[in-house]
Design a protein around this ligand. Sequence first.
Ligand code: ADP
Ligand code: MG
Length: 689
Amino acid sequence: MPMPAAPDDPPKTPPTKLSAPARALRKLGLARAIDLALHLPMRYEDETRLVPIASLREGDTAQVQGVVRDSRIETRTRRQLVVRVADDSGELVLRLLHFYPTHQKTLAVGQCVRVRGEVRGGFLGREMVHPEFRAVAPDAPLPQALTPVYPSSAALPQAYLRKAVASGLARAPLDEILPPAALPPGLPPLRQALQLLHQPPPGTPLETIEDHSHPAWQRLKFEELLAQQLSQGQAQAARAQLRAPMLAQRTDGLAAKLLAALPFALTGAQQRVVAEIAADLALPQPMHRLLQGDVGSGKTVVAALAAAAAMDAGWQCALMAPTEILAEQHFRKLVGWLAPLGIRTAWLSGSRKGKARQKMVEQVASGEALLVVGTHAVIQQDVAFARLGLAVVDEQHRFGVAQRLALRHKLEEQLLEPHLLMMSATPIPRTLAMSYFADLAVSTLDELPPGRTPVLTKVFADDRRAQVVARIRDEVAQGRQVYWVCPLVEESEHLDLQNATATHAELSAALPGASVGLLHGRMKAADKAAVMAQFTAGTLQLLVATTVIEVGVDVPNASLMVVEHAERFGLAQLHQLRGRVGRGATASVCVLLYTGPLSATGKARLRSMAETNDGFEIARRDLEIRGPGEFMGARQSGDALLRFADLAADGALLLRARQVAPRLLREQPQTAAAQVERWLAGRAEYLKA
Ligand code: ADP
Ligand code: MG
């Protein structure tokens, strides 16, 4: 076995000449010594002990050492190498169905071998099929530590990886950089912690390594959490240096006029968050605020009031939403509110191309359009704002980090950053808010507009479909409207469409009196909008849709929603969907149809939907079940996720890191910078978004 190349050294041969395992190492991202040192075993094998052959029991995985007494190729059922190994206590048969001459050579009669594998009771007594084995000197010492088994790939043999990791661990700069007072008490030094995790001495309680409660694990988690807090602190300090336009409200300004023209009064919660945002906008630092509020809590009007403040001060406002339907709904609502007040709103989306698009882009660049609403199209290269003062991102978690950053950088040329308001109906759990979003101001709409009736949720197996269809018939007969949501078929838009089309046909046949519409992701934007408009106008009674209706759609007369294959959806997603009903005064029902058999967690998930209508509680359960990925937004942010710490389990360590970070930043900024560099390297930029 060749020694692995030291990955930190410049390659001595051109990269194309790298051995296959060396290339595989790089593919796994194990380039630097520190990367190797942090590549932790997934389990361990105990090679520190030899078991006498006579005491082997069936089912044990054990290591024995003995001398080969007999080695022969048998061809009874199929060709195989059958070897007898004996120690002082007894004899063991090794059986190899695939073997090479080198194997025969290692297992030649008279050879002393060390063998490790699972014991079976075979025809000839105890045997091991395809054990690991190697020739050893009879007095070869046993390893002093458990043998690590690392996550690897097919091209990367364990033995090679082990050597590479051991070498990386020895070379990695792991000196203690944190002042001891900063550390939680009782944790080992970093190098020692890693040493133990890579090579636990015999007798280490492996269960505490497996459940990550071992002090060595705690040390790693704390390091990582602290680095993250420090990075957040740095970002916050950097942001405090940035300048933004001051958008002070006038008492008789546009916002006041809009407020007076609204057909409703703001809820107490809306008044509160409007004031919080207004205070931020009046400051010369860019706002970085998340507005979270359950579906239907009325975030749009809050955004409109913020936009009014910006425009009043002569600055532009951009509002970006993740889907065309949602963006268009915002557009219509905002135009309805603001056009009477003399504001011109531009519309930018992927489907608007050519001359029409060019005209919009020009209006944005000249500053003629004060308000720009759209999808990702808003952040395309060629869209340059004359004076962007406020960017609003709806359903922010559905955008990638890079996209959110792009919006912030829209104004960079002018040395002023726009204020940023992010909105989400998926509330950020507290632990997550404290870690990734430590630097984010949060406003919460914790009150729904008056007159809403909570949605009743029922969970049915799919064999009760006929009953559900009968219920739809009733609703439609009473003049109500119904959504039927088809699931997204993973990796196949084509299948989605087939399913949705088939369901549309089935329901049209079952409900002869009703007009049934179909809405799916593959339709042209204009066609989608037309179907949506028909449903909004009440010409369609039933809308069969894939998840394009997930966010923002507002039809108060819809009182029943059926979600097919509900088990395939995330909880947050189901909650979003459910929010499409219960928008009017009638009591609404959401039926979650599932196709069994369901796992215990699958059942628990759907049950929690029936148990609570509280988006915060649902988000908490979702975090428990699925981890924080969903809240971080987009897959691109996978890199930014914690690697060692687990927010659901490590609240205490997180708290400690939060206490220590500000002081370290103040008193030892260089140490803080080194800590961030060691743990986050190139990822810090993403944590800022
Ligand atoms: P979301 O927070 O889910 O984005 P929307 O902003 O779409 O919610 O608001 C949902 C509906 O409630 C809209 O029709 C909106 O006009 C209406 N609405 C918002 N605020 C109030 C209020 N204070 N009183 C009555 N209706 C309101
Ligand atoms: Mg909304």
